[in-house]
Unconditional design. Structure first.
Length: 250
């Protein structure tokens, strides 16, 4: 019973450790972009899965000697990208033409891991590429290989920002269209805006005409009021003079 429990616990611990190891590998930012077994030597290239302009991407080269009498004349790597995603630009830094291994005799099962950091210019995005140049010999037999392959994707953050701005603008248009429909019972289009603009100017002209008519009516009212006051005053004066006229004596 105790032995069974111990075995179960050990199995659970090993399973948890394996899960954690798998998670750690999955969450790693590095990805293998090139792996090749040549005669007498294996080469693998890993790089950052994704990078951002004006930041760094990491590249590491792993080598393993699988034969006796291997002598590497050179192993170099070059990384390059594209300005605005179109025009090729080579990196004039550590990885422009970096000698990973140079004039070195390798012993059997000799392994090497070489890490490099490359700065990505702010105007470079989309796919980046790497070129390996390998020249070596096994005893007296020469070998030479020059593979090239794509590596890290550089995010086009400017395009991403434009997409986000467009999304926000589109949401604003949708909200405006809803408000427009609630207010005018029509969709927000160029034709509807033209129609409303024309209607506005017609109403504006009508308002101006009515305003002039109101001014004329107001002037008329004032004139009538003055005439009425003048008439009343004239009638009152006439009546007063009639009653104040001296009587004739006979």
């Amino acid at each position: 019973m105790h032995k069974t429990l111990v075995i179960v616990l050990i199995t659970l611990i090993l399973s948890l450790a394996l899960i954690q190891s798998t998670k750690a590998q999955t969450s790693s930012e590095m990805q293998t972009f090139f792996s090749k077994e040549y005669a007498g030597i294996s080469v693998k290239a890993n790089a950052t899965q994704e990078a951002i302009p004006d930041k760094n991407l990491t590249v590491n080269i792993w080598t393993n000697c699988t034969a006796i009498g291997v002598n590497v004349e050179y192993l170099t790597i070059r990384v390059y990208g594209f300005t605005y995603g179109q025009e090729k630009v080579e990196k004039i830094d550590l990885l422009a033409t970096t000698n990973v291994v140079e004039n070195k005799a390798l012993s059997f099962r000799d392994t090497g891991l070489y890490n490099y950091s490359v700065h990505v210019p702010s105007d470079v995005w989309d796919a980046t590429y790497a070129e390996l140049h390998l020249k070596y010999s096994i005893v007296d037999s020469p070998f030479e290989y020059n593979p090239s392959f794509s590596i890290t994707i550089v995010r086009n953050i400017y395009y991403e920002k434009l997409k986000e701005d467009f999304k926000n603008l589109n949401n604003t248009v949708v909200q405006l269209n809803q408000t427009f429909w609630q207010s005018f019972k029509m969709n927000l289009t160029v034709d509807s805006l033209t129609y409303l603009n024309r209607t506005y100017w017609m109403l504006q002209q009508n308002y101006t005409t009515l305003q002039g008519s109101l001014n004329e009516l107001d002037n008329t009212r004032r004139t009538v009021g003055i005439l009425a006051i003048t008439t009343i005053f004239f009638v009152a004066t006439t009546i007063y003079l009639v009653f104040r006229r001296p009587k004739q004596s006979w």
